[in-house]
Design a protein around this ligand. Structure first.
Ligand SMILES: Nc1nc2c(ncn2[C@@H]2O[C@H](COP(=O)(O)OP(=O)(O)OP(=O)(O)O)[C@@H](O)[C@H]2O)c(=O)[nH]1
Ligand SMILES: [Mg+2]
Length: 328
């Protein structure tokens, strides 16, 4: 389960991902390791970092050892969820990742600027969500690994340009994804052989809604569409509707934040654990530590649908913002 990490960690992780030499990678991994807060929730992460460090150090002491070429499309998931931006050329995908995250993809006024995917971390209140900028989707050329990248994500942000045939852009992008057996989850019932498909939550991001007149055009667009899509208007250059967009991303990820309260202490409200919506006390305990569930005696919850500090069972469903005290 993703743990909330300080923003500095993600900055170093970004450098680590772009580092090409082994020495550089080791230095960044060491720095990442030092930035991970030490508590039970980060045990797995710290163990993983230690393992990667020792592998790299071992390879360093073996000159001429095999150096694996890692594809730019192989992006490690990070943060509370991974949203991939897809869409036709020039709609503003890179502008969004550049404005909202620590990453610096190229932005240009002409189409086909982006050639490789770039991940960045977008803060939403007290969590970080991974956004991945991608090359434009179009019929003529498709990097074979692109569909794999989309399949692995948790959410598709399908971006279209309100000022440039948005309905056609939406339909063409959906058709192209469908050719590769990727479809919005709401269309699950429309296809035979569902096991061959990857169904994902979608958010249609309508960019270039630069002024109030265009707000009205956005509403007209919404009315013209046959399906009730989850949609978010946005203007990346003017900076309009940005907070509502972030909230929409959070909602579509279908996650909740839960805070751990050590007995006799206050909960740390800056460091949530992230669970899938519908997660239970048992899921939370497993996330805090792999072995904790087996030892769990009881739990108390502060939050939605309970009295303060109510004792609950391990199957009790948690809600966004709940505080949980686990007793072993
Ligand atoms: N008017 C307006 N222009 C925008 C907005 N967002 C981005 N742009 C402009 O649109 C152009 C394309 O932006 P990019 O971010 O490079 O678009 P992209 O989707 O990454 O393009 P490709 O990499 O070619 O697929 C640039 O000139 C941006 O300045 C917006 O909200 N309103
Ligand atoms: Mg781009």
């Amino acid at each position: 389960m993703p743990t909330n990490l300080p923003p500095a960690y993600y900055k170093v992780e970004e450098k680590f991902r772009q580092a090409t030499s082994r020495t550089e990678k080791i230095a960044y991994l060491e720095e990442m390791f030092s930035l991970v807060p030490k508590h039970k929730g980060t045990d797995h992460l710290r163990a993983d970092l230690r393992r990667r460090l020792s592998e790299l150090r071992a390879a360093e002491s073996k000159p001429g050892g095999p150096s694996r070429q890692v594809s730019a499309y192989h992006i490690e998931k990070s943060g509370a969820g991974c949203a991939v931006l897809v869409g036709p050329p020039n709609v503003g995908k890179s502008s969004l990742v550049k404005a909202m995250t620590n990453a610096e993809p190229d932005v240009a006024p002409y189409p086909f600027t982006t050639w490789t995917p770039t991940p960045g971390m977008m803060p939403i209140e007290n969590i970080q969500v991974q956004l991945i900028d991608t090359p434009p989707l179009n019929e003529e050329y498709l990097e074979p690994e692109m569909m794999g990248l989309i399949r692995r994500s948790d959410l598709v942000l399908l971006m279209i340009d309100l000022q440039d045939f948005p309905i056609e852009q939406l339909e063409e992008t959906l058709a192209l994804l469908a050719e590769h057996h990727i479809a919005p989850r709401r269309r699950r019932d429309q296809y035979d052989e569902p096991h061959r498909w990857r169904f994902l939550p979608f958010l249609v991001v309508v960019n270039k809604v630069d002024d109030e007149q265009l707000d009205e055009d956005f509403e007209v667009l919404r009315d013209l569409l046959d399906e009730p899509w989850h949609m978010a208007p946005l203007s990346m250059t003017v900076g309009r509707h940005v907070e509502a967009f972030k909230q929409a991303v959070y909602d579509r990820l279908e996650i909740i934040r839960v805070y751990a309260k050590p007995p006799g202490q206050k909960a740390d409200l800056t460091a949530p654990y992230v669970l899938d919506r519908g997660g239970t006390v048992a899921d939370f305990a497993t996330g805090v530590h792999r072995d904790l569930l087996a030892q769990l005696q009881s739990a108390r919850v502060w939050g939605e649908g309970v009295h303060d500090g109510q004792m609950v069972g391990r199957d009790h469903m948690l809600h966004d913002g709940d505080i949980v005290e686990l007793h072993t």
